[in-house]
Design a protein around this ligand. Structure first.
Ligand code: ADP
Ligand code: 5GP
Length: 204
């Protein structure tokens, strides 16, 4: 069969912009898409499960993954915790023909741009900085100090959006998902509107 090669997509953008929401919705529409499960030294949030949302590891384990060359990329994000992509898992999925998404910070996106220039680089942007701050607060998963650190990083990330192949403004989840599907070359598929949406304009 003559099928196009599976696409590797890097999805970046500031914390709270809706990357997780858009990717979750994309995978509902396109279950063949595989989202890389990163390793992180951050503590799990309530409801996050090891091996599903992240591989939650301690500092020593992260150090040895880096030392053994197992990380495709890694970064210390928000000057705090470390996050990284386990190389073999990504390469295995691509070899098996799955489209793969890496959700990365700016530094990680730059590392993958150098290591795998064939990856399509996508930046998810908020309609405005105020919307971003509202969403982050509305999500309610970080205290004010952590939120402020994330918003400070967001200014740096937003200034770098021109580095990316595509900028998708997440004002409407459905539209953002369709745009991401298009840049990843996924065949269009009708949405099932009978099921409740996983995200919306909650913060108004
Ligand atoms: P990220 O993964 O980029 O940190 P999330 O997917 O956790 O962001 O989204 C942050 C918050 O914003 C969540 O409460 C989510 O429901 C909300 N959200 C996501 N997309 C939109 C949108 N287009 N309009 C309004 N709220 C949104
Ligand atoms: P969170 O703590 O909200 O889950 O993620 C914080 C940030 O870390 C997100 O903006 C996300 O893009 C980034 N991130 C998650 N996994 C990785 C990874 O494997 N590598 C890098 N470089 N960044 C990551």
């Amino acid at each position: 069969m003559n099928r196009p090669p599976a696409r590797l997509a890097v999805v970046a953008g500031p914390s709270g912009v809706g990357k997780g929401t858009v990717i979750r919705e994309l995978r509902d529409r396109h279950p063949e898409v595989w989202l890389s499960v990163s390793a992180t030294t951050r503590r799990p949030r309530p409801g996050e499960r090891d091996g599903e949302h992240y591989h939650f590891v301690d500092d020593a384990t992260f150090d040895s993954l880096v030392a053994q060359g197992d990380m495709l990329e890694w970064a210390q994000v928000f000057g705090l915790d470390r996050y990284g992509t386990v190389r073999h898992a990504v390469l295995d999925r691509l070899a098996a023909g799955h489209p793969v998404i890496l959700e990365l910070d700016l530094e990680g996106a730059r590392q993958v741009r150098r290591a795998m220039p064939e990856a399509v680089q996508v930046f998810i942007a908020p309609p405005s900085f105020e919307d971003l701050a509202r969403r982050l607060e509305g999500r309610g998963t970080e205290d004010e100090t952590v939120r402020e650190r994330r918003l400070a990083t967001a200014r740096v990330e937003l200034a770098a959006r021109e580095e990316f192949d595509h900028v998708i403004v997440n004002d409407d989840v459905d539209r953002a998902v369709s745009e991401l599907a298009e840049v990843m070359g996924l065949a269009s598929r009708r949405m099932d509107h009978s099921r409740p949406a996983t995200a919306g304009r909650r913060e108004g």
